[in-house]
Design a protein around this ligand. Sequence first.
Ligand code: HEM
Length: 448
Amino acid sequence: MSLGGVTSHKARTVPFLRSLVKHSRTPVHAFEEASDRASGALVRLNMGPFRPYLVTHPDHVQHVLKGNQPNYLRAGMFWDPLAPLLGQGILSEGEGWAASRKILQPVFTARYVNSLTSRMAQIVTGLIDAIVVPGRRFDVAEVVSALIHPTIVRLFLGATISDDDINRLAPAYDTGVTARSIRLLLPSVPERFPLLGDRAFRQAIKTIDEVVYPRIRYAKARGGAEADLVSRLVSARRDEPDADRLIRDDMVAIHGAATETSVTALTWVWPVLDAHPEIAARVYEEVDRVVGRGPVTVAHLPELTYLKMFMDELVRLYPPGWILPRTAAGADQIDGVEIPAGATMVLSPYLTHRLPEFWDRPLEFDPERFAPGNDRARHRYAYFPFAAGPHVCLGPHLFMMEALLLIAGILCKYRPVLHTTGPITPRLASTLRPPTGLSMTLVPAGRA
Ligand code: HEM
């Protein structure tokens, strides 16, 4: 077959189902095996009748996310079940997405995010003081979530939101993104046929709407004058007829995009520090030197340069958004490989970030890769923890501020003692999570 004058061929298919069975307890290893077999080539994963295309080579990633991006839609089996939750805005496609992106892009400037940071520092520091009991063992993911979730909710939905409402949102989101997993396995079942989880999903949306709509009305009553995100959106959409629903869709989508990813990344920090004592010692030395015994403030952030490199490396080896699925709208050709219309494309920062062809010692955790200037020889699309192209994440700067404040806020007072030993194998969920049940104690820094 020839498209645009270039001879093309069908993609090679690599075994996948067998690997999944072999690694049923650690399916991430099945993806790693498939990527090893592909060695950067565009291949199909043999999952029986369903054979998605695995895209790992940075040139191919660039083609899908940037070069021919309009052909690769965030639609299909991975996205459609979530559409009633995420709505028609920034996490959709087409006109609704474009209109939201136009409004949100200028909101998420470094200037606006920096203006949120001192408020964020106060909230995070206050929560650490309220939640951490030195010497008491706790579940890492639970405590990180208890620190991040209220921080993001207050910054986005306003300082006056009640604790009660904050506490209703977290479980509702959790249900919202997980309740319909069964539809992933049964993509051909139409929406009108009810499946297990649908009711819980609808209830979760109702709860979220019951919290979010009153916050929109509250921001409107104040003329959109406050600094929080909902007020910014109220001002930006002042003259639009369907403004409330559009603001709701964007608030819900951004909240979803911001919390789960941040919580996951900040949960990984602790097992990674534990596994690399020399790197941990450099992080502790930097926090001691820059922040002392705290509290951490916005002024400290530019000086936490090693901690920032540590986080860049953390989201290389453990990118929360480990899979970016797309559906090909029309036929295409990538590097000579035929892509038929309707094909499911699976991009994976996790796999691309570990390709030996593009990374020296790919499995070694080494923050020096991100020292200034060390990225010069790197392919621009070998590293894309925040995606790339028109759908690139809006939150990297906010995330980094939040990460530095939380980690330095804890380390200026405490040292972590992890109670879990042995290899920490990532768990595949909507994000790349560490194993469940990681437990840890924080001991006062002087006595560690
Ligand atoms: C570790 C933290 C985060 C990671 C790894 C991450 C990663 C990503 C990725 C991979 C995408 C692209 C998804 C796709 O198109 O398939 C994305 C999109 C997005 N992210 Fe993030 N994100 C993080 C934090 C945040 C935060 C804090 C915000 C808050 C504003 C945010 C807001 C968004 C939005 C609005 C989009 C959709 C952009 C668009 O489609 O135009 N993210 N993020």
